[in-house]
Write a protein that binds this ligand. Sequence first.
Ligand code: OGA
Ligand code: NI
Length: 422
Amino acid sequence: MQKMSIFRSPTPASMQSMCMPRSMSAKVAFTNTQVHFLAANSPSVRVGSGMALKCSSSDTAQIDSIASSGEHGRDNGGGIDYRKGVKSLLESAPHLQKLPSEFVLQLDQSPMDAAGGSDIPTIDLSGLDGSPERKASTIKAIGDACEEWGFFRVKNHGIDDKVIAEMLEVIEEFFGLSLEEKMKYYSEDVLSPIRYGTSLNTPLAHKLHWRDYLRHYGHPFPENIFQLWPDNPPQYRNVAKAYLVEIWKLTMKLGGAISQSLGLEEEYFEKSLGEGVQILACNYYPPCPEPNKTLGLAAHSDHGGLTILMENGVEGLQIKHAGTWVSVHDVPSTFVVNVGDYLEILSNGKYKSIEHRATVNQHKTRISVAVGHGPEMSTIVKPATPLAKETDQYRAVTYKDYVKLQQSITSRGKNALEKLKI
Ligand code: OGA
Ligand code: NI
């Protein structure tokens, strides 16, 4: 239906269609861009934790263990609507010293005590274009990194620093726009071609996380896709396209090496994707008054095959390695690559999709850009035929169903993948 008009017209009338699950009857009152949501929700209803939604305290039905605060979405008497996102929250309360309770998470290990000693392996990708011996040893190093860490850093990856810097610049400018401008891209549909939002990706009620985000698809760049992307800042579309094209090429190169490291033909990973799906997630984590009590992004694994991550020089990524959270250090001009659920399944469990999370810090804004790469949505996800055994570990499922499951779950970790285990 009128997806375009939903994205494009931030008028109160369209806000209603953006924010209200159509199946739900509720009284809605508008104040400027805010929607006061007066329904008493039941746990089975999509609660709509949208950024413009302001739930009354009767909206306390919680979906799962993460969502335990009875204050979810309440304005704490100070007139603050947390669902407008963390950037806007800080603009309305610039001297905030205490983390609002909606953001306080129960954490298995404080974000501040991650192990600092060990680090993910760094792979010099120029080795893939070197002598046969160098190529073979680079492929082996990539395979070992996928098996032992599920994460590695790449240098000499061939992407110009300028392409990276321009991408960071347009993202920073985008998040600097007014809330109303950004809300044009708000959506609760986890498969929407473009989404602006806050906290986790799911519209289900959950404890809030200290993040605003913009997500949209890239490759294979279907016709008209660019019209959905932000036109403010004006260079956004060109810069993002140039970045995503380069990242796709890099991913296919890595996919070739990974296929060979599994004993498969070089094109196996790429061919398995069909047309493929590329998803860009721009994460914006402003300074947080009490960074040891919350996260920017909860522990999760990525649903795609390979994710390529870069950041604005501010650290924050932590990965679960050997049972403990390890900080991943920022190294200029490199990308961090990780194995996602699709590749774990394709490798029949040899390579593991590792849980990771984003921490926040007290003084700096962190921006990270994660690009995920999965197969086209109708693909049946299952182990690569040459690696499959009678005792396959994973139930076959379409990628689309898997993405929906993974994105909708509020108790993150690797719970979606666990559901596929036989
Ligand atoms: C992601 C992600 C980590 C980060 O967007 O999937 O894991 O450091 N981001 O922002
Ligand atoms: Ni991730």
